[in-house]
Design a protein around this ligand. Sequence first.
Ligand SMILES: CC(C)(COP(=O)(O)OP(=O)(O)OC[C@H]1O[C@@H](n2cnc3c(N)ncnc32)[C@H](O)[C@@H]1OP(=O)(O)O)[C@@H](O)C(=O)NCCC(=O)NCCS
Length: 156
Amino acid sequence: MAATKPFQNKMKFREMLESDLTQVLVIERNAYSHPWSDGNFRDSLTGNDEVWLLESEGIILGHGIISVAVGEAHLLNICVASNYQRQGLGRHIIRYLIGRSQALGADIMFLEVRESNAAAYALYLSEGYEQIGVRKNYYPLGISRENAIVMSRPID
Ligand SMILES: CC(C)(COP(=O)(O)OP(=O)(O)OC[C@H]1O[C@@H](n2cnc3c(N)ncnc32)[C@H](O)[C@@H]1OP(=O)(O)O)[C@@H](O)C(=O)NCCC(=O)NCCS
């Protein structure tokens, strides 16, 4: 992992507000080939999901979203702003979300990742997730479709 950067000493997590949406959408659209829409974020914000931001001195560095129910957590979204990637922040966010899931009573976390998303897949593997299945043609990919790898990790 990269050495700690000065801004990392001032990082904190806070829950996302509707007023963060414009900034979060910019981060999302710059980082993802298939970003969440405004409507996706609004659904999470008004539903039962937990929507977390990682920020430092008012600058949003990334976001993470989980849904937790009946002892199961689902990682719905994790994203680090393009210019802050590869500095350990994705790992920091996922560990925080695992902690939140545990606090909410989950003993397992599930997620789906595009087969082509080598960065996310490597992050998940290194954080103890293992592949438990494949959803064929799950994600849109241009005029075609792409498989989702389904992964899970016990929370103890
Ligand atoms: C996936 C993502 C969240 C990782 O965040 P990050 O802050 O860059 O990751 P970290 O610096 O914490 O890296 C943690 C580990 O992930 C893996 N990783 C991260 N980026 C990688 C890359 N570009 N290529 C290969 N492995 C990578 C490595 O195993 C890394 O560990 P290391 O630094 O010890 O080698 C980030 O790339 C991202 O926001 N991507 C766009 C959104 C996305 O795809 N989200 C996942 C949807 S399922």
